[in-house]
Design a protein around this ligand. Structure first.
Ligand code: 5AD
Ligand code: SF4
Length: 448
């Protein structure tokens, strides 16, 4: 039996894809191992979103070179978005690479590995499909608290900065029934929380059912305590979904809403198809319908043509909205994207770096302020894992997706407990366990 070691980079969608890849390989008699030392085959499931994602993989390939040359590793494969993005160029730049396979080619992996091992032939597969959703594959999940389900694949939005439509192809949705069946299975396996994944979940559509219909079905699954999703697009945001979140306790009060930029001029160049005002109105609608909601975002600094005045508008939107947290990125030009074809990457690197720093500084203040507003509140949290800083304590999450650290030796990951928030920093809340009064069985006297 050949042993395979798989490493995953990038987003949650890639984590999910790695679970599919493991299932496909195990069905074909490969054994998955936990480290490169025991492996005949090393696979890297890669990301392409920014240039540093590529750099990380080239660096990793340099590290693997010696083991491959000594014959300790027989096959090296690059999978995922970077594979799809660079294709043959990858194998040319790094001769130790034997397999390059994109996100729609995973069912061919057993064949590709066999070709290398038996015939010494390198294997490439970059065919993108309009239909592949892998809904016939049951992902190989490690037992835990959180599980992910990809409800759709690909993206048709064509934001001008983004490589994903090229690496993951056309948008397609998985059948509702297969998603719901998978969710039931996940609950039966003991998971407590499911996150639905898609590049733009608002455009989920299957045989007349939309994303809100799907979420309503998820909310009704017995024993499923928490449902999250990522990411929606601010255009066409389904307002019915907000009402469903407000009505159902198990649909979490957290919305990740990527802003990307604050100025209308930049938003238009990015092809985001909403204006600053529309974004702000949506935030207001969200907060009116779900008052106890947390909103997080993604922002890109230094997109083509972004002036200081444009940048100030991003800062102003951040001040006005007060996101609970934000991922802030330096614009990284991606080959073949619309921005690469149409615009000049003209903001100097130092300016991009400095803008990222200013955004981070502002967001740190805001996050801290919003987290400190939690002090004194009592929150129900789901324990996920030991805290990294102090393994004697737990890291748990509120419904709003804020991390809370507290001590409760009598509890375990997967438990829901109530904590009082007693302190808060920029990234973490600190809590104290509130002991639930023990429920004694009610004994009724029966006259015989
Ligand atoms: N450069 C920088 N950040 C990017 N993102 C997507 N493409 C790029 C790029 N070319 C960011 C967006 C997106 C997040 C997942 O990554 O903010 O929401
Ligand atoms: Fe995920 Fe996008 Fe990176 Fe692909 S390019 S792994 S979809 S973040």
């Amino acid at each position: 039996m050949k042993k395979v070691y798989l490493e995953t980079y990038g987003c949650q969608m890639n984590e999910y894809d790695s679970e599919l890849i493991k299932a496909i390989l195990e069905k074909n008699n490969y054994t998955m191992v936990g480290g490169q030392d025991d492996a005949d085959v090393v696979l890297l499931n890669t990301c392409a979103i920014r240039e540093n994602a590529h750099q990380k993989i080239f660096h990793r390939l340099d590290q693997l070179k010696a083991r491959k040359k000594r014959g300790q590793i027989k096959v090296v494969g690059i999978l995922g978005c970077m594979a799809q993005n660079l294709r043959q160029e990858l194998a040319e730049r790094s001769p130790i690479v034997d397999i390059v396979a994109g996100p729609d080619s995973y069912k061919r992996l057993p064949y590709l590995i066999r070709s290398v091992m038996e015939k010494g032939e390198k294997g490439f597969d970059f065919s993108l499909s309009e239909y592949e959703t892998y809904s016939d594959i049951a992902p190989r999940r490690l037992p835990g608290v959180n599980a992910w389900i990809a409800i759709m694949r690909g993206c048709d939005n064509f934001c001008t900065f983004c490589v994903v439509p090229y690496t993951r192809g056309r948008e397609r949705s998985r059948p509702v029934d297969s998603i719901i069946a998978e969710a039931h299975q996940i609950v039966a396996e003991g998971f407590k929380q499911i996150t639905l994944l898609g590049q733009n979940v608002n455009s989920y559509r299957y045989e007349g059912q939309d994303f809100a219909d799907l979420m309503e079905k998820m909310a009704k699954i017995p024993g499923l305590r928490r449902v999250r999703f990522t990411s929606p697009h601010p255009k066409d945001f389904p307002v019915r979904l907000l009402h469903l979140i407000a009505e159902h306790d198990n649909l979490c009060n957290h919305i990740h809403l990527p802003l990307q930029a604050g100025s209308d001029r930049v938003l238009e160049r990015m092809n985001r198809t909403y204006t600053q005002k529309e974004f702000l109105d949506l935030v207001e609608t969200i907060r009116t319908i779900i008052p106890d909601v947390s909103i997080t975002t993604d922002i890109i600094a230094g997109f083509c043509g972004e002036t200081e005045a444009d940048f100030q508008e991003t800062m102003a939107v951040m001040r006005e909205v007060e996101f609970d947290s934000a991922f802030i990125f330096k614009y990284s030009e991606r080959k073949n994207t619309i921005a690469w074809r149409k615009f000049e990457d003209d903001v100097p690197d130092e300016v991009k770096t400095e803008r990222v720093m200013r955004l981070n500084e502002l967001q740190r203040e805001i996050s801290k302020k919003r987290n400190r507003a939690e002090i004194g509140r009592i929150r129900e949290v789901l324990i996920e894992a030991p805290s990294k800083k102090n393994p004697q304590e737990w890291l748990a999450r509120t419904d709003q997706n804020k991390g809370v650290v507290f001590s409760a030796p009598q509890h375990r990951p997967g438990d829901f407990v109530k904590v009082k928030i007693v302190d808060a920093g920029t990234h973490t809340l600190f809590g104290e366990l509130i002991e639930e009064p023990r429920r004694l069985p009610i004994v009724t006297e029966v006259n015989v």
